[in-house]
Design a protein around this ligand. Sequence first.
Ligand SMILES: CC(C)(COP(=O)(O)OP(=O)(O)OC[C@H]1O[C@@H](n2cnc3c(N)ncnc32)[C@H](O)[C@@H]1OP(=O)(O)O)[C@@H](O)C(=O)NCCC(=O)NCCS
Length: 150
Amino acid sequence: MIVLKEITEDNFHEVIRLKVGEAQAKFVAPNVKSLAECWLYRDNGDVFPYAVYDKEEMVGFLLLDLDEEKREYMIWRMMVDEKFQGRGYGRQIVEHVIERAKGDAGYDSLIADYVMGNEAMKKLLGTLGFEETGFEEDVDEVVMTLDVQN
Ligand SMILES: CC(C)(COP(=O)(O)OP(=O)(O)OC[C@H]1O[C@@H](n2cnc3c(N)ncnc32)[C@H](O)[C@@H]1OP(=O)(O)O)[C@@H](O)C(=O)NCCC(=O)NCCS
């Protein structure tokens, strides 16, 4: 069972040491870049980075981007360290975000996207009910959406 924790001085180094497999590097930015982007957009107050834990072990990273105006939750980035992949953590992360978005009356939809060829993310989102709602040609990314209105 995963738990999301804030990123602090204590766990920051561990977050930036997490890594995906070599062939997956094109699917997600390094966590250090994601954290730099959080700093860049800090005044917007709508980006939320988390370290993902299973008990005391850090297994991954999640970056949420919330758009109040559009009433959209977005999984901007997520990754599970290569050592811990294939154990269901990716699925638990997305399920966690779905529950959270459903419980938040201010939001109607949950968006996630994946780079073409990212079969793991495609399968994960497809089996959790997301539907394809767009394609961003410039970055070769498929946009997937789940209705979370209650
Ligand atoms: C995508 C990612 C987060 C999934 O994490 P994970 O912990 O391995 O995911 P899970 O163990 O929950 O597996 C998810 C599903 O993907 C499937 N899967 C894994 N690798 C696959 C592959 N190469 N092709 C097809 N399906 C695959 C699994 O079988 C599983 O399906 P199931 O639950 O029906 O058995 C992980 O692969 C990752 O960090 N990838 C690199 C970063 C990335 O692509 N992030 C997403 C875009 S920002």
